[in-house]
Each structure stands twice: as C-alpha cells, then as structure tokens.
Design a binder for this molecule. Sequence first.
Ligand code: ADP
Ligand code: AMP
Length: 214
Amino acid sequence: MKLIMLGAPGAGKGTQAKKIAAKYQIPHISTGDIFRSNIKAGTELGMKAKSYMDQGQLVPDEVTIGMLLDRISQDDSKNGYVLDGFPRTIPQAESLTAALSDRGEKIDYAVNVDVPDENIVNRMSGRRACVGCGATYHIVYNAPKKEAICDVCGEKLILRDDDQPETVQKRLTVYHDQTQPLIDYYNKEGILVEVDGTQDMEQVFQDIVKVLGA
Ligand code: ADP
Ligand code: AMP
C-alpha cells in the first residue's frame, strides 16, 4: 500500500503516519525527518535545507524531489510506504506521479488530515520533539511519562525552532499557498480521503483504518 499524508503543519500527519506504518508494516518516510537527520549529521543536503526550514519556507523542489525519489527506490519500499510531508507542491506531486507511472505503479490513497488554522498554533506550541530519536509528543494531548524526557530513548525533548509561533504563522501561509492545492489534485485523481483531524488521535486513526481496511 502506497499512501500520502496531506494536511497543515501540525495537523497530525506524523502521528497518524507512524500508527499506519506500524499497523500495515510499511516504512514511514518523512521528508522533514530526513532533512533534520541531515542537519544533525552536518551533510551538504542538511546545510542546504536548514536556512529554508528555519525561516518556515519550503526546501526547493530541485533538492527535495530527487531525495524522495531515491528514498522510495530503496528495497524496504517495495511493498509500499506512507509519505509524510511529501508532496508539498504541485511540481512535487507531478514528479511523484510520473516517476511511479514509469514503473507501472501509483499512489493508493492521499489522506487529508483536516485541522483548522486556529487549532494549529496550539498543536505546534505544545509539540515536543526528541533530539535523539525524533519521536514527537504533545505536552497536553500526548505527554511523555517524565517531563521533557523521551519515553523511547531517554534523550531531551525540545520545542523545534520552526515550531515557534512566528514561524508557525509563516508555515501556515506557505501551506495555504503551495500545499493546499494538492487536496484538489488528489481529489481529481480520485484517491482523496478526508478525515476530521480535530478528533482525538485514536479516533482519527480509526477513521483512516475504516477506509484502508483492517
Ligand atoms: P504533523 O506531522 O502534521 O506536523 P504531528 O503529528 O507532529 O503533526 O502533530 C503535531 C502535534 O499535535 C504533536 O505534538 C502531536 O502530539 C499533536 N497531535 C497530533 N494529533 C493530535 C490529535 N488528534 N489531537 C491532539 N493533538 C494531536
Ligand atoms: P515537517 O517535519 O514535515 O513539518 O517539515 C519541516 C520542514 O522541512 C518544512 O517546514 C520544510 O521547510 C521542510 N520540508 C519537509 N518536507 C518538505 C517538502 N516535501 N518540500 C519542501 N520542504 C520540505
């Protein structure tokens, strides 16, 4: 099964993608996570991405598309994957459709996790990310067992730089301008699934599973 998660920053794409990956035994591929691990490792790709990410802008398509297409060519992606944070622009979606179609493949569903802007700032300001393994929490809705410590690896939890309220506003504007048009793109392709992302995490997941199948 090949899936795309759509939705505003902070809508819960990563939260749901992890649950989907575990249930259907497919890799969770997050372009944001790939960029962050490159920044941490100090690679050239990471250096290119960092300034855009810090400003709440998108990393250019020339960098992002090749990286994602390489990632889904790896062996573990043969039986499918759940893409989280890609595509974010129409050219990214078109490149993905074309690359898959060259191999006789296609995306099965694009799941749009719908959350209005007024809930997003609250979601993002409460998000905490682990500096070690990248696991994410929310200080109210998904709190770690020990304050500011990752349940999974014991490392420190931080507020990401790009989750600061000023950057979140910018990311929302970028989302509406460049990413929201993908909802229409995948609707026209006939594979759009809409879920109400304001419900609790488990209910959102159940709504997704209803469509994907048990
Ligand atoms: P995205 O991947 O879309 O940027 P995340 O999955 O990281 O978003 O979720 C953003 C924040 O909101 C995280 O702190 C997460 O724990 C929290 N969150 C995710 N889904 C829900 C939900 N259904 N209800 C409340 N909080 C949620
Ligand atoms: P995320 O972890 O998905 O919230 O992504 C964090 C940041 O990484 C975004 O705000 C962008 O700067 C960058 N990024 C992630 N995925 C993409 C993408 N598909 N295209 C462009 N930039 C991206």
